[in-house]
Design a protein around this ligand. Structure first.
Ligand SMILES: [Zn+2]
Length: 644
């Protein structure tokens, strides 16, 4: 019994938690992170820091700030909710989720026991019918002001009851798939069954005020096969756009845009409103579309993706430009001095782009995912693994202050969504490197690792070696047990093909490119390009080695003339990394720097600096990778530099 359970869980991990009996799903399957062992220097270090520093620190904060006490009080049905927001429960769920991913590849009995004890506390806080929301359960006569006098009555705006459920479903699924234990999953299913009894046609309806329950329900559906969960996810998505708002109001809180609730989702054209909510909605739509074949959902998220990438994204991949409402701005409204760029929005953007790739098999989604990952997302965590940005600035000057503008990272926040979101993303990162469809293998990210796959029923190991993101020479050794017919599809990043970003919002000054040369066992090999992939379909033998070199040229980047904020300015990119100028390397000040056109930068390897980086040095200016800024004290920083 124990053996067969383990075997079943293993299969779930192997197939990314997908239920094999399902008829329809994403046409492409990611290779689960448990099958991919990193051997790199860049991400492994961060994932290890996440395991040894960030996760324990996060659990400690959940205790010291009262988040755990809220559950203890809810279990006793007595006390006073003692943190600020009704969604503070989710920090515990997300930390358990991150810990679960970590436990899946790094057994740790002490951590397991701690997580189990916490899950036990969560179980006791759950009401008998499955309701789980400490902000009400502690003292149902005096719930949190955002929660409303009765269950669900404020769900369409700020109660976050379904938001809490969604994060719990994600965490419980991760915990179950990682450990094979049902203790957290059973809590989640009891809550999901309450939602099924409460919401749906002929029952209550609501457009969830902060999306994520849709993705969470899909994860429970994948594990259980219970179609009611999938139907409810779709039901929630379809409730958007039916509430009465003042559509003429310019206040997006009142006209519905903030909640992506001003129009039915299938009529939506633009990335709008609160950026994290938006990313979770579009991700949920992709999931439901993959499982139901809903073409209208796909058409809508395709339109919205084009809008976001073409008009509403920063050059380092940040989204949600406007602090008031943590939201997308108008077209091309991308201010530098007040850029908001919530870390959670970057994380949500990774979730969404991965799903768009799994739907469409186009490398442009991974191009964007990579841009976000190495730049606007990674800046959200400090090199110490325990300091975080909630917002990610584009420009910091000594003369300008703004309440939204963070100049240094903090250990935690009153609203601490970003640190806990970061700690659940990082350990799952190996799951973004490879994907499969039939006998095709996609190599999306360039992170040294050993991956164990099955192609055409044959076991295959792939050994990836490189020094990315610093160097462009890549090597992939294929070790099938026996020769295997396989379509190898290696992403040739947009930046290596003269494209700063899909859609042209930012462009390289020098767009000339040379075709990337690929060698197999040292001999130049023919390949064809399909949707951003170099494709080689052939029989691969044990030990076949594929090598290629991506051009790590220093590239000047300019914004489209439609972005007035960046007119006459330039930034620098090398490989996937966008660079910035920081005070420390530039005489204490960067706000007054201007460079002449065609300025030459020389890459200089600095193992001693910022955990080991390649800086870009010119006669006037030294630039560091954007992700590494704000690790050496407070001071000026700018991504864009004026051009003389
Ligand atoms: Zn956040």
């Amino acid at each position: 019994m124990v053996y067969s359970m383990k075997k079943w869980v293993f299969c779930c991990l192997l197939f990314g938690g997908m239920l094999r009996a399902q008829q329809r799903d994403y046409p492409i399957s990611p290779v689960a992170f448990t099958r991919v062992k990193l051997t790199d220097a860049f991400w492994s270090l961060r994932i290890e820091l996440n395991r040894t520093v960030t996760i324990p620190a996060s659990f400690a904060r959940c205790e010291s700030t009262g988040r755990v006490s809220n559950f203890v009080m809810a279990a006793a049905r007595k006390g006073k909710f003692c943190t600020k927001f009704p969604f503070d429960d989710t920090d515990i769920y997300k930390t358990i989720e991150g810990a679960s991913y970590s436990l899946a590849v790094h057994p740790d009995p002490v951590l397991s026991a701690y997580v189990d004890a916490l899950i036990d506390t969560v179980a006791r806080a759950q009401e008998p019918d499955g309701y789980l929301y400490t902000a009400r359960t502690i003292d149902s006569l005096h719930p949190h002001p955002w929660s409303g006098p009765d269950r669900w009555v404020k769900e369409h705006e700020l109660s976050h009851e379904l938001y809490n459920s969604g994060h719990m479903f994600e965490a419980a699924s991760a915990h179950y798939l990682a450990t094979g234990q049902r203790n957290f999953l059973d809590i989640a299913l009891k809550n999901a069954d309450l939602l099924v009894r409460t919401f749906g046609p002929g029952k209550r309806s609501v457009a969830p005020g902060h999306e994520i329950v849709e993705m969470g329900l899909v994860r429970l559906y994948r594990i259980t096969g219970k179609k009611e969960y999938l139907e409810l996810a779709k039901f929630f998505i379809d409730q958007r756009g039916h509430r009465t708002y003042d559509k003429t109001s310019t206040d997006e809180w009142k006209n519905g845009e903030y909640w992506q609730d001003d129009k039915p989702v299938t009529d939506q054209e633009e990335a709008e409103g609160h950026a994290v909510r938006a990313m979770y909605l579009y991700s949920g739509m992709a999931d439901v579309a993959a499982l139901t074949g809903d073409k209208e959902y796909i058409a809508a998220i395709d339109r919205i993706w084009n809008d976001m990438v073409g008009k509403k994204i920063y050059v380092q991949g940040g989204i949600g430009a406007v602090g008031s409402g943590e939201r997308f701005g108008a077209d091309y409204e991308l201010p530098n001095a007040t850029a908001y760029n919530e870390t959670c929005a970057a994380i949500g953007d990774v979730f969404w782009n991965q799903r768009m790739f799994l739907l469409h098999a186009d490398a442009k989604y991974i191009d964007l995912l990579e841009k976000v990952l190495y730049n606007g997302l990674l800046s959200g965590v400090g090199l110490d693994g325990k300091s975080f940005f909630y917002t990610n600035a584009m420009q910091v000057t000594d003369s300008f202050t703004h309440p939204d503008l963070e100049r240094e990272r903090s250990g935690w926040f009153e609203c601490s969504c970003c640190p806990t979101n970061m700690l659940r993303l990082l350990p799952s990162l190996p799951g973004y490197i490879y994907a499969q469809k039939g006998h095709d293998l996609y190599i999306n990210l360039f992170i040294p690792d050993t991956a164990k796959l099955v192609v055409d029923g044959k076991a295959l190991r792939v050994v990836q070696e490189n020094d990315y993101p610093w160097k462009g020479d890549l090597s992939f050794t294929l070790l099938p047990d026996v020769p295997v017919s396989m379509g190898l599809r290696i992403r040739v990043p947009g930046w290596a093909r003269g494209e700063a970003i899909p859609g042209g919002l930012y462009v390289f000054d020098n767009k000339e490119t040379q075709k990337v040369v690929i060698r197999v066992n040292g001999t130049v090999a023919a390949y064809k390009m399909e949707e951003g992939y170099a494709v080689m379909d052939r029989v691969w033998k044990p030990g076949d080695k594929v090598t290629m070199e991506l051009p790590m040229r220093v590239q000047e980047v300019q914004a489209s003339a439609k972005v007035p904020e960046d007119a006459g300015k330039v930034t620098i990119q090398r490989g996937p990394l966008v660079y910035c100028a920081e005070w420390k390397d530039n005489g204490g000040k960067v706000s007054d720097i201007a460079v002449s056109k065609g300025i030459v930068f020389t890459p200089v390897v600095r193992p001693d600096l910022l955990g080991g980086v390649t800086v870009l040095q010119s006669s006037k200016l030294t630039m560091i990778p954007y992700y590494a800024w704000a690790n050496r004290g407070k001071g000026e920083m700018t991504v864009w530099v004026k051009e003389k």
